[in-house]
Design a protein around this ligand. Structure first.
Ligand code: DGL
Length: 256
């Protein structure tokens, strides 16, 4: 069995890592669209177009199941991909929401993500239909901060406090990390939010969600593709996967 995973860049490797840990015998092919990252400040139309191109490439690799690791792409393109593709397609939103609904006691949940994800209200809608009050916050500096490798220390703590101070006052008991990069900041986010707040990492929940679709094994191959060798790419791959992994470069069709 071969699982395809795509993201706007390297952040989706947090999801890939959870998947490879959960299903070590399965084959994986990962595409990070580093040439066009970030998706988080693009329009819905552009995010959908890019997502279709990523999916088309992965379908050509013979995948049996697709995981859209990017929260922004999941927010805007998941329905289109589900409609077009003939294989099971998973996003990262529903698994995170499911976990949040299991953990919240006071039905007050926070969601943080890119501007595009927060503006789409995708998490909010899913949570509200389940009777939950939602407090959202876009945290645009988190992605570049992670990409700079700033995961702790005064700068990181200051930025976390800057974005999360309002949400902290809202008496939430659950906070969804609605962006691929945020699991890397989980320790300092948990620290800032305090013990009463359960921080939900969509990456782990998504890996569990696909469990019933895993049929047969594979040869444990892991093929990584990126659309640009950006300066920090090797550093970030090693930071997230905790080891250096080889990759190939490719160019996606760009029908502007
Ligand atoms: N992968 C994106 C997400 O999860 C974050 C980076 C970007 O803006 O493209 O929303």
């Amino acid at each position: 069995m071969k699982i395809g995973v795509f993201d706007s860049g390297v952040g989706g490797l947090t999801v890939l890592k959870a998947l490879t840990k959960a299903y070590p015998h399965v084959d994986f092919v990962y595409l990070g669209d580093t040439a066009r990252v970030p998706y988080g400040d693009k329009s819905a139309q552009t995010v959908i177009r890019y997502s279709l191109e990523c999916a088309e490439f992965l379908m050509g690799e013979g995948i049996d199941l697709l995981v859209v690791a990017c929260n922004t792409a999941s927010s805007y393109a998941l329905d289109v991909l589900k409609e077009i593709l003939t294989i099971p397609v998973f996003g990262v939103l529903e698994p995170g929401v499911k976990r949040a609904l299991q953990t919240t006691k006071n039905k007050r949940v926070g969601v943080i993500g890119t501007r595009a994800t927060i503006n789409s209200n995708s998490y909010k809608k899913l949570l509200e239909t389940n009777g939950v009050e939602v407090f959202q916050k876009a945290c645009p500096l988190f992605v570049p901060m992670v990409e700079e490798g700033i995961l702790d220390g005064d700068i990181a703590k200051g930025v976390v406090a800057h974005y999360l101070k309002d949400i902290k006052d809202k008496n939430i008991d659950t906070l969804i990390l609605g962006c691929t990069h945020y699991p890397l900041l989980k320790p300092i986010i948990e620290d800032f939010m305090g013990e009463g707040v359960n921080v939900v990492d969509s990456a782990e929940c998504t890996a569990m969600e696909v469990a019933s679709y895993i049929v047969g094994g594979g040869t444990s191959t892991l093929n990584l593709y990126f659309t640009d060798r950006s300066p920090g790419l090797d550093f970030l791959i090693e930071l997230i996967l905790e080891k250096p992994v080889d990759y190939q470069l490719l160019t996606l069709p760009c029908k502007v």
